[in-house]
Design a protein around this ligand. Structure first.
Ligand code: PEP
Ligand code: MG
Length: 585
């Protein structure tokens, strides 16, 4: 039989070869609009409520059985799913449809979920958009209970296997025992889905977004899973099999070699030291940063705290979450980024207006300045947590100086208030701004006197500089960190940072690509923050170059008139120095 290749998204790195285990997470298909008669309405509501209660009991059982092994954030994911089973939009919305539209529970639930998903789909922020999967996963469990389909548990797997499923809920991933689950591959999902986050922190290779893999694979098939590139090969032929066996061995060997760098500093051959840090969303990811040889958290995205809740997080909840992260990261620092939600706030509790152009709308700091109570609660939580470890604060989406001054006044106000109340906090908290809008990059010299550091968010900076929607696949090919316009902005910010004597960091995806490491070093970056798996690769490059060479490479790349030529220059430098790294990326 000919091999079949599926290309998706690499969600958690590593290469595994093994037998497939097809987990039945097929969506329960609901024939549209199944009607019921007036007399059955009452019974139908009871039937639906029973399925909801059954689902709650199942999740509760998972929580009880694994409560000791689960970290706080993982428990939080389970809690989120249990909470969704009490959610007004989902549960009451379905009951309303049963009653008003006389729909069978399955149809009523499917329509309610479709309406919620449409709202999520309209969101600009990828992370928030992905939360729709939580709703879908919870609804799928209820549907299974309605139609009486068994919910197989990953805890029951006997032999080592690569799990193949339509989708996996975080409750599935939590039950994966690393010794049995070699890796997993799913039809749907993205890098920022909960499942992917949990896989990365557990070190389980994974590929997601493979679209139709479950319709091809059968339990027992031989599969190759490449979590680095998001590829799955089913029934590989002999050449492919041997090729991947070699790649797997080389990758393992290389990982072991990289592991030796873990406790060594990210220092060039001529003694220039920089900090390599991790980007995280959950407290559980902190440990993985140290395991990969990072020193602290360079970007803690706090959006997670705001999602799928009935109420906005209280000051106390902010405080507890940040304190937890900061204590885990000690003795290293944690850079906490304040709320960065997109222009469409459906993911937040309460009513927020839909916007025609969310990427250019009331996003991040703009939202916070117009919703002061929300912002103050977060700032107070951060200040209180600063009494327990090394915290820096980072403001996203700053466009101009007056905006920054306004935030600083607000922050000083909060600090003064806490002082008056006698609440412990750090004497001083360093502040940074994300440079991710071209106007901020061009006026970095004006911002510098007001901050302790800059952190460049290339994901947005590239989007806004080249006018390409970062979520639109039709223009994704133009998404290029080595565009002369982008490089010139980076250089300009670096100059402003050095002249203004403020720190220079990067926390966008560009920071975690080893191809760019020497260029960024040459441009003067002192902190690079990235997904944890990238840390050893970047460290390897940093530890093998001289500053002078990095500066010359940066100069050469800066002089190229096109991104293609700049890329060629970077690649030939890397190919010459690091053929082994280049073979793996
Ligand atoms: C960025 O824009 O580069 C960044 C790090 O922030 P986010 O991806 O969360 O917008
Ligand atoms: Mg950003």
């Amino acid at each position: 039989m000919a091999e079949k290749i599926f290309n998706g998204i690499g969600a958690s790195p590593g290469i595994v070869i093994g037998r497939a285990y097809l987990l039945d997470r097929r969506k329960v298909v609901v024939a549209e609009q199944q009607r019921i008669s007036d007399v059955s309405i009452k019974d139908e509501v009871v039937r639906f409520k029973k399925a909801v209660d059954q689902s709650k009991a199942q999740l509760d059982d998972v929580r009880k059985r694994f409560t000791k092994d689960l970290g706080k954030s993982h428990r939080y994911i389970l809690d989120t799913h249990i909470m969704l089973l009490e959610d007004k939009m989902l549960v009451d919305g379905t009951i309303r449809r049963i009653k008003d539209e006389k729909l069978r529970s399955e149809s009523a639930l499917s329509e309610t979920v479709a309406a919620i998903v449409r709202k999520f789909d309209a969101m600009e922020d990828e992370y928030l958009r992905e939360r729709k999967h939580d709703v879908e996963q919870v609804a799928d469990r209820v549907l299974r209970n309605l139609v009486g389909r068994r919910h197989e548990s990953l805890a029951d797997i006997r032999d080592e296997a690569v799990i193949i499923a339509h989708d996996l809920a975080p409750s599935d991933t939590l039950l994966m025992r690393k010794e049995k689950v070699l890796g997993f591959a799913t039809d749907v999902g993205s890098r920022t889905s909960h499942t992917a986050i949990v896989a990365r922190s557990a070190g389980i290779p994974a590929a997601v977004g493979l679209e139709r893999i479950t319709s091809t694979v059968k339990t027992g098939d031989v599969v190759i899973l490449d979590g680095n590139h998001g590829t799955v090969i089913v029934d590989p032929d002999e050449t492919t099999f041997l090729d991947y066996l070699r790649r797997q061995q080389r990758y393992k060997y290389f990982e072991q070699e990289l592991d030796k760098l873990r406790d060594l500093p990210a220092q060039t051959l001529d003694g220039h030291r920089i900090q390599l840090q991790g980007n995280i969303e959950l407290a559980e990811e902190v440990a993985a940063v140290a395991v990969h040889g990072g020193t602290g958290i360079g970007l803690y995205r706090t959006e997670f705290l705001f999602l799928n809740r009935d109420h906005l997080p209280t000051e106390e909840q902010h405080y507890q979450a940040y304190r937890d992260v900061v204590e885990r990261a000690a003795p290293h620092e944690v850079v906490i980024r304040t709320l960065d939600v997109g222009g469409d706030k459906v993911g937040l509790p309460g009513q927020y207006e839909q916007e025609p152009n969310p990427a250019l709308g009331l996003r991040a700091i703009r939202f916070c300045l117009q919703n002061r109570d929300v912002f103050r609660a977060q700032l107070r939580g951060i200040c209180r947590a600063s009494a327990h470890g090394r915290i820096k604060i980072l403001y996203p989406m700053i466009a101009c100086l007056p905006e920054l001054l306004e935030i600083k006044r607000l922050m000083e106000d909060v600090q003064e208030e806490l002082r008056r109340e006698g609440v412990p906090q750090a004497e001083r908290i360093e502040i940074g701004v994300m440079i991710e809008i071209p106007s901020a990059a061009l006026t970095a010299d004006l911002l510098a006197p007001e901050v302790d550091f800059f952190s460049i968010g290339t994901n947005d900076l590239i989007q806004y500089t080249l006018a390409i929607d970062r979520t639109n696949e039709h223009v994704a090919f133009m998404y290029e960190p080595l565009e002369p316009a982008v490089l010139r902005l980076l250089q300009r910010v670096s100059l402003a940072a050095h002249e203004g004597k403020v720190g220079l960091a990067m926390c966008g995806e560009m920071a975690g690509d080893p191809l760019y490491a020497a260029i960024l070093l040459g441009l003067g970056f002192q902190h690079l923050s990235m997904n944890v798996a990238a840390i050893p690769w970047v460290k390897r490059v940093i530890r093998s170059v001289r500053m002078q060479d990095a500066v010359e490479l940066a100069d050469l790349v800066m002089r190229q008139p096109t991104a293609a030529l700049a890329r060629r220059a970077a690649e030939s430098f890397m190919q010459e120095r690091f053929p082994d790294v280049m073979a793996e990326i």
